[in-house]
Structure formats: structure tokens, C-alpha cells
Design a protein around this ligand. Structure first.
Ligand code: AMP
Ligand code: GLY
Length: 426
């Protein structure tokens, strides 16, 4: 099969790497990809948002399957459009992608299906939202309805912060129409985890659980980022909890989409808060997580292309997913200053040495070739990923590999996986 992966981050590199191992694959393209992906695929210089360009390329190359990594093209309806043109594409339709693209849609769906989630109200007026917050008190969570590149959620610990968030979203419109509505949600305390399922519209298979580290500094301090590291499995997600999440979250959602005439094909990612009174769903995404994909896919024993193909042919019931009995850790190496301003164009050394250990993968997030050198090209630059027996070995292999890599002003967290190691050491 000839396959095109759309996207250019660490998640897409992990997907492309895993697909490259499939005996069913004849040719792999990524658009636009990054320098690291050139090892496993042919790079095509078309942006992920350029649907016309991608469509033309797929027709010219007779692409058998398109895999979309990031959320924006899904929310913009790439799947509907490509399907209409007769191109096989993996992922939800625009209707299904609302699960990620609209917090109002997803919260109302959860309410309808009695899926455990924080108490909430939806507001279209800043004044009413402010009155509600004044009545409820802090801490409280303010969420813009639409996509906001991971910046649309404010956990407000003071009244001025909550009011400011409402003002910025609804009056100043810092996220444009994404802020026409806001969800004000109860603050939940507990441990977060990511549970991702894949569905063909009827059958559901759970992927291995994982946890990511969203904050920039050690101890989960500082501003949110696109993710500074991750590991799989997440010890907080017990087998029992996994079953409960399947029964109470994924099966009802997939059934609901099916009966409403919009069968959902693709990934459903549930961001979970495990609280002392059980789990609650914080959010849904309709794609693989980044950096969760980087720690889940190396543990998957199955052929990923076979799984995608089973989804396309509504045949997922015939597959069981198999996981390596190893833990996987990912440390993100970023440019110092990220998530604010940082420098790019720094030469990167040491990746071949880091990859001498067969349990290590280096998935690129933002790199490019410049005059024959590999250089940094963004905030999050590399994902160093290691498999090991248990979380301690996975982390120690990963950090050993990180030590072999160098570029000027590189930054990474030193405490990835601390929740899992603390639990394991108990
Ligand atoms: P979301 O995009 O809804 O997952 O929110 C992004 C992040 O904000 C989550 O990963 C949590 O860390 C935090 N968050 C979201 N909702 C809540 C909540 N109700 N209580 C506490 N933290 C939250
Ligand atoms: N790691 C969080 C996300 O992919 O949304």
C-alpha cells in the first residue's frame, strides 16, 4: 500500500516509523514531515492545512491511505472532502471531530450519555459567565469552546484570573470565534492520564494507557507546553479502571455516533482525571496524543497499517491489540526559552550515538537540514524514547541516550515519569 502521513511533529514521526515496519507498505510519504522522517519516508513539501495540494498529490500518486496526525485538518473537514473524492483517509469526519473541536459539543454529549465529567455551564455572554463565576468561587476552570492550540483552558485560582480569562476570551476575542462560547467547569483534583481508543464505528479497542507532562519545568511547574515527556503504561490506570472507562466512556460514545448516523472512525483520546471519587473526563481529542503516541507505538506489537486498514474496512472486531511487556518513556528536548521565545538553527550532534541502543528511538519534532547539517527548527526539537523492563529501566535508558545528544541551548526536564517511579517505589 502507498500511504501518506499528514503532519510534521514527533507524533507523526512515530506513526511514520511504525508504519515503515509494515510488510504491507510499498511506499510511505509524509507531508510536510521533518528532517528525521526522511529516514523512513519520502518528504513532500505540502503543508498539513493545504487540502487542495494534498488532494492533488494523492490523486497523482494513487495514494491508498492517508493518515492525519494533527487535529486542525480533521476539524476543518479533510476526511469528508477526501472521501468525497474517493480517497481513503483515516480519521473522523467533521461531525465527529467536534468532539475535540468544540468543548460545548463534547460536554453536552457527556451530559447526555451520563459520562463522568466535571460539573459545568455554557455561556454565550461574558456578563453571565462572570456572574456565575462570582457565585461559584475559585478555583474554577474557564475553557474556550473552539480549538486554541492547547491554550484555551485556564485553571483560575483567583477571582481576578477567572474574570480576566472570561474577558480575554469573550470580549477581547483572543482566540477569535473559538471564544464565542465558554464552558465554566468545576475544578477537579487528582492525577491525570490519557486513555486512547481506536474505533471503526462499531468495535472499540483500547490502546495502552499513558501520561504526559504538560508543564515546562520540573515538578510540573511553569506554563503549559505541547508536552515535555510521557510514559506508558500509566500506573494510575489499573486494568479495572481501563474496563470502566471502556464501558462508561468509549462504548456509549461510539454507539451514540453510530445511531445518530455519523459513525466515528478513528482515534478517541480521553483526558482523564483520576480523583478520590472515581475518574472524570476532562476533554476529548480525536487523534493520537503528542507525546503520547511516541510512547504508545513502540510498545505496540501489531502491524499499525493492518489496524488502520481494519478500521477503514470496519473489520476491527477481527483484531486484538498486543502490547510489549515493557515500559516506554519519552523525554522531549526543547530549545531553551520554549514555550516563549527561543532561537533556532542550532546544529544537533549525537543522535547516531544515542540510537546505538536498539531500545532507543529518536523521533524528531522540529528539525531541518541546513547546508547538510541537522539543525533545530522549533521549540520542541527531539523526542528521545526508550523501552525497558519497568519504568526505572525505561527512564534510565532514555536519559542515557539524552546525555549523548547536544545542541546549543538545549533544555529538557530531568524528572519525567516521577509519578510512576514514586508509585513503583511504594
Ligand atoms: P483540557 O484541554 O480540557 O484537557 O484542559 C487542559 C488541561 O487543563 C488539562 O490537561 C488539565 O491539566 C487542566 N484542566 C482541564 N479541566 C480541568 C478541571 N476541570 N480541573 C482541573 N484541571 C483541569
Ligand atoms: N498530550 C496532549 C495532547 O496531545 O493533546
Amino acid at each position: 500500500m502507498k500511504v501518506l502521513v499528514v503532519g510534521n511533529g514527533g507524533r507523526e514521526h512515530a506513526i511514520a516509523w511504525k508504519l515503515s515496519l509494515s510488510p504491507k507498505l510499498t511506499k510511505l510519504f509524509v507531508a510536510p514531515g521533518n528532517a528525521g522522517m526522511a529516514d523512513v519516508a519520502t518528504l513532500v513539501d505540502i503543508a498539513a492545512k493545504d487540502q487542495d495540494g494534498l488532494l492533488k498529490f494523492c490523486k497523482k500518486e494513487n495514494i491508498d491511505m492517508v493518515i492525519v496526525g494533527p487535529e486542525a485538518p480533521l476539524v476543518e473537514g479533510i476526511v469528508d472532502r477526501f472521501r468525497k473524492e474517493g480517497i481513503k483517509i483515516f480519521g473522523p469526519t467533521q461531525f465527529g471531530a467536534q468532539l475535540e473541536g468544540s468543548k460545548v459539543f463534547s460536554k453536552e454529549l457527556m451530559k447526555k450519555l451520563s459520562i463522568p465529567t466535571g460539573e459545568f455551564e455554557v455561556f454565550e455572554s461574558a456578563e453571565k459567565a462572570m456572574d456565575y463565576v462570582a457565585k461559584k468561587g475559585v478555583p474554577i476552570v474557564v475553557k474556550v469552546d473552539g480549538l486554541a492550540g492547547g491554550k484555551g483552558v485556564v485553571v483560575a485560582t483567583s477571582m481576578p484570573k477567572a474574570m480576566e480569562a472570561i474577558h480575554l476570551n469573550m470580549v477581547k476575542k483572543v482566540f477569535g470565534h473559538a471564544g464565542d462560547k465558554v464552558v465554566i467547569e468545576e475544578f477537579l483534583e487528582g492525577e491525570e492520564a490519557s486513555v486512547i481508543a481506536i474505533t471503526d464505528g462499531t468495535s472499540v479497542r483500547l490502546l495502552a494507557s499513558s501520561q504526559d507532562h504538560k508543564r515546562i519545568f520540573d515538578g510540573d511547574k511553569g506554563p503549559n507546553t505541547g508536552g515535555m515527556g510521557a510514559y506508558s503504561p500509566a500506573p494510575v490506570v489499573t486494568d479495572e479502571l481501563e474496563k470502566e472507562i471502556l464501558q462508561k466512556v468509549f462504548l456509549p460514545i461510539v454507539q451514540e455516533f453510530k445511531t445518530s448516523g455519523h459513525p466515528f472512525k478513528g482515534f478517541i483520546y480521553a483526558g482523564i482525571m483520576v480523583t478520590p471519587r472515581g475518574f472524570k473526563v476532562l476533554e476529548f481529542n480525536t487523534r493520537l496524543g503528542d507525546p503520547e503516541a511516541q510512547v504508545i507505538l513502540p510498545r505496540l506489537k501489531n502491524d499499525l497499517l493492518e489496524i488502520f486498514d481494519a478500521v477503514m474496512h470496519e473489520n476491527l472486531h477481527s483484531l486484538q491489540l498486543q502490547w510489549k511487556n515493557q515500559d516506554c518513556a519519552c523525554v522531549v528536548i526543547a530549545s531553551e526559552g520554549y514555550p516563549e521565545s527561543y532561537e533556532v538553527g542550532k546544529k544537533i550532534a549525537g543522535i547516531p550515538t544515542a540510537k546505538e541502543d536498539p531500545d532507543i528511538q529518536v523521533f524528531h519534532a522540529a528539525t531541518k537540514k541546513q547546508d547538510g547539517d541537522l539543525v533545530t527548527a522549533g521549540g520542541r526539537v527531539l523526542n528521545v524514547v526508550g523501552l525497558g523492563r519497568g519504568i526505572f529501566e525505561a527512564l534510565s535508558k532514555t536519559y542515557n541516550a539524552v546525555d549523548k545528544i547536544f545542541f546549543d541551548k538545549m533544555y529538557y526536564r530531568k524528572d519525567i515519569g516521577y509519578r510512576a517511579t514514586t508509585r513503583a517505589a511504594r
